[in-house]
Design a protein around this ligand. Sequence first.
Ligand SMILES: CC(C)(COP(=O)(O)OP(=O)(O)OC[C@H]1O[C@@H](n2cnc3c(N)ncnc32)[C@H](O)[C@@H]1OP(=O)(O)O)[C@@H](O)C(=O)NCCC(=O)NCCS
Length: 216
Amino acid sequence: MPTWNLHVARQSIRAARAWLPEGLPAFVPEGVTRSALLGDVFHAIQWWDVQAFLRRFPMRIREALESDLEALMAVFTAAVHALAGGAYTAEQCRAWAPIPPDAEGWRSRLSGVTVLLACEGEQVAGFIGYARSGHVDLLFTAPLFARRGVATALFEAACADMRRSGTQRLRTEASLAARPFFERQGFAVVAEEDVLRQGVALRRFRMTRDLRVPRA
Ligand SMILES: CC(C)(COP(=O)(O)OP(=O)(O)OC[C@H]1O[C@@H](n2cnc3c(N)ncnc32)[C@H](O)[C@@H]1OP(=O)(O)O)[C@@H](O)C(=O)NCCC(=O)NCCS
């Protein structure tokens, strides 16, 4: 856990203890212990604090370096298991994002694409991998940063780069979890398919978009 996170956690425990009286309030259902309640309050406060803390940092987008590999694999693994976990079974998530991740496999996969990272402070909030020919290959946001515009910012930066290269058409293979994001960016589904990962089938969608047409 990074230092600032520990600091926030300690502060939150202190705040939760001070907030919760020794005897439990009347609205607490029978069977709920003080420590369980304290735990819930702690998580709520910690989450709020972390979010407030992160909002102090503007998001920065930069090209990935080789030294970012660990952080990038961590974002990928967490995104698949936590964010795509609602759309795929645990077995499918394990096949898609094995734990631990295969660093060599990642190194070779990333060598063929341009990778941009979104950073807030020292934290990697997400990354996109694409080919300037128009293929959006990878797009993952760390769960803590989900629904805060990280993927949108990365996608827009990649589009600006591809426009400069003269790219006219974008294509991607979107997961069940990512389809709404790509639809929001003006992509349309052209085919539905199953891809095999370690012998396990995962449903995904081939989607395309004309880059010359601004999204609605
Ligand atoms: C898909 C993913 C990259 C989106 O990242 P994100 O940073 O949360 O996306 P944004 O905050 O930029 O979302 C922009 C818009 O896309 C749509 N969107 C994004 N995630 C969505 C979801 N889970 N359900 C419905 N709409 C979604 C919304 O319209 C959202 O705008 P809103 O938050 O104002 O409603 C992220 O959820 C992820 O990593 N998912 C798991 C891994 C995955 O499937 N990656 C793609 C592989 S193809």
